[in-house]
Write a protein of this length. Structure first.
Lengths: 285, 194
C-alpha cells in the first residue's frame, strides 16, 4: 500500500501482453487503476521461455524463470496475466523454495537474492479477492445481457506439482454475470487452443480451433471471453470457418464495464472485429 | 489353417532396454511404472489424432524399454504440454513432464526427430530469446518459414496481423542482455535438471 492508499503489486506481462496483445495490457491497466491497484512492471523482465525452452532444455527454462524471480521486489506479490508464464514461474519458484542449494546457485548466477516466500499469482487471484459487492459498485456500463462463453483454455489444468495452488473454476462466469452479461454453457471452456501448433502445425491447430468456434456458435454466444492473450490470438487467426466470432480478452470487457474511455485503439486491433457486437449491446457508441 | 500375419500396429518386443525406463524416470522426476493404461489421457488429449501413439502408449513404450520407438515417435513433439492429461491422470503422473524428458533425450541421443518442423520452430523461439531476451514474433515466423521452406503458407494471416499492428517490426528487448548469455550455452543439447 503506498501513501495514496493504492495497493502496489509487481507485474510480469510476458511477451504476448507486451507486443501482439498490447490492447489486453492497456485494458488491464485501466481495470486495475479503477480498482485502486497499481501494477508495477518487473524492471527488465525476460521471456519465461514459453513452450519452447522447457520442450528442448529444462535447465534453460529454469534459468529464464529464476532471472525474473530475481527481479521481483521481495515485499509485494508478483502478478502474472499469462497462464503459461505463470506455470513456468511457479514451478521454478517451487524448486528454489524446496532446494536451498539450488537457490544459492541461482542467486550467484544473477547476483541478486531470491525470495523463497515470494507470492506468485494469476490476476484472477486479485479479482477473486475483491469483494463482489465492491466490484459491482464500480460498474459504469452494465453488460446488458451480452451472451458469452467463458474460455479458459488450458489455464485451469496444471502439472500435479502445482495441484495445491488455487484454481479459479467459474470465476469469469461469476464476475461477468454480476456485471450483467450472460454466460452460456458449452463444452469447450477448457479445451487447449493449440498454443505453438498454431504457428508450427496449422494443419493440426485449425480443426481444433474450428471445433471450439462451432461450439461457441451452438451455445448461442455472441462472443468468446478468454483470459489468455495467446488463446485470444489463436482463436482469431486459426478459425477457417465462414462464420467467425469475436474473441475478447477478459481485461477488455472488464475495462468497458468499469467505464474505461481509452478503448479507441483496442478493438480495431482484433482480427475478428468485436465492435458490431459491442455496439448492438450499447457498450460502444 | 493358414497362419495370419500380425497386424501392422503390433510392436515386436525385441531389443528391450530395461535401463531406459530408469533414465526417463530420473530425467522427468516421475514414475512411468505407475501407469496402468486407463486411457484417460488419450480420451482428454486435444491432439491425440495428430499423434502416432496416444500419451499412455508412449508410457507403455517406456515401460517396455523400447527406447528407439519412444524417442522416434511424433507424440513427444505434438504434445504442447497443455497439462490436460497431467491433471486428469488418476495416478498423478505428470505426463507432460515425461514428454519434456523424452524430447530432451531424443535431442541428446541424436535420434531421428519425427517432427522436424516443430523442432525448428522451438529452436527459432529460443534463438530469439537469446538475441533479445524476449520473443520477437515477426522474426521467429520469418526465420521459421525460411527454415521449413514454407514461404507462402500463412502469408495472408501475416499480412493481416501486420495491418492490425499485431506484429511489431522491432523486438522488445531486455536491457541487461549480457547477464543472460551464459544460460544459452549448450542450448541445443537438451539439458534437464532432475
Amino acid at each position: 500500500m503506498n501513501e495514496n492508499g493504492t495497493l502496489e503489486l509487481s507485474y510480469f506481462p510476458g511477451c504476448s501482453m507486451a507486443t501482439s496483445a498490447k490492447e489486453s495490457n492497456l485494458s488491464l491497466m485501466e481495470v486495475t487503476e479503477r480498482l485502486g491497484l497499481r501494477l508495477v512492471e518487473l524492471d527488465d523482465w525476460n521471456c519465461c521461455g514459453s513452450s519452447s525452452a522447457h520442450s528442448l532444455n529444462q535447465d534453460l527454462a529454469f534459468h529464464l524463470a529464476t532471472r525474473n524471480l530475481s527481479l521481483a521486489s521481495p515485499d509485494r506479490p508478483l502478478i502474472v496475466m499469462c497462464p503459461s508464464c505463470l506455470h513456468r514461474l511457479q514451478l521454478a519458484h517451487k524448486r528454489i523454495k524446496e532446494h536451498a542449494e539450488v537457490r544459492a546457485q541461482e542467486e550467484s548466477l544473477w547476483g541478486r537474492p531470491l525470495n523463497p516466500e515470494l507470492e506468485i499469482f494469476h490476476f484472477f487471484e486479485v479479482l477473486s479477492g475483491i469483494d463482489r459487492s465492491r466490484l459491482e459498485k464500480a460498474i459504469v456500463r452494465k453488460l446488458s445481457g451480452l451472451r458469452f462463453v467463458p474460455y479458459y483454455g488450458c489455464m485451469l489444468a496444471r502439472p500435479p506439482a502445482l495441484r495445491r495452488e488455487r484454481n479459479y473454476h467459474q470465476l469469469m462466469e461469476k464476475i461477468l454475470s454480476g456485471f450483467g452479461a450472460q454466460a452460456m454453457p458449452w463444452a469447450y471452456s477448457a479445451r487447449c487452443c493449440g498454443t505453438f501448433l498454431a504457428a508450427a502445425r496449422p494443419d493440426v491447430a485449425t480443426p481444433l480451433v474450428n471445433k471450439i468456434i462451432e461450439g461457441a456458435h451452438k451455445a448461442g454466444a455472441e462472443c468468446i471471453i478468454t483470459a489468455c492473450a495467446m488463446c485470444q490470438l489463436n482463436l482469431e487467426i486459426r478459425c477457417s470457418l465462414d462464420s467467425k466470432i469475436p474473441v475478447l480478452h477478459l481485461s477488455e470487457i472488464l475495462a468497458l464495464a468499469l467505464g474505461a474511455e481509452g478503448h479507441g485503439g483496442w478493438f480495431k486491433r482484433h482480427l475478428v472485429d468485436p465492435r458490431p457486437v459491442l455496439k448492438s449491446r450499447g457498450l460502444l457508441n | 489353417m493358414e497362419q495370419q500375419s500380425p497386424p501392422k500396429s503390433m510392436i515386436e518386443l525385441i531389443d528391450c532396454d530395461s535401463s531406459f525406463r530408469h533414465e526417463v524416470n530420473e530425467s522427468s522426476g516421475e514414475n512411468v511404472g505407475l501407469c496402468f493404461h486407463c486411457r484417460t489421457c488419450a480420451g482428454g488429449c486435444p491432439f491425440v489424432e495428430a499423434m502416432d501413439h496416444p500419451p499412455h502408449g508412449v508410457l507403455r513404450l517406456v515401460q517396455l524399454g523400447l527406447r528407439k520407438e519412444a524417442l522416434e515417435c511424433s507424440t513427444i513433439w505434438v504434445c504442447v504440454a497443455c497439462n490436460t492429461c497431467s491433471i486428469q491422470c488418476p495416478m498423478a503422473i505428470d505426463i507432460a513432464a515425461v514428454m519434456d524428458a523424452l524430447r530432451s533425450m531424443a535431442i541428446r541421443q541424436g535420434i531421428k526427430i519425427a517432427e522436424p518442423d516443430i523442432l525448428a520452430f522451438h529452436r527459432e523461439v529460443i534463438n530469439s530469446i537469446e538475441r533479445y531476451g524476449r520473443t520477437h514474433k515477426l522474426e521467429i515466423m520469418m526465420r521459421y518459414k525460411i527454415r521449413t521452406r514454407n514461404w507462402f503458407q500463412d502469408m495472408d494471416i501475416g499480412l493481416k496481423m501486420m495491418a492490425k499492428r499485431k506484429l511489431d517490426l522491432r523486438p522488445s528487448r531486455v536491457r541487461e542482455i549480457g547477464e543472460m548469455a551464459g544460460i544459452f550455452e549448450g542450448k541445443n543439447e537438451g539439458g534437464d535438471h532432475e
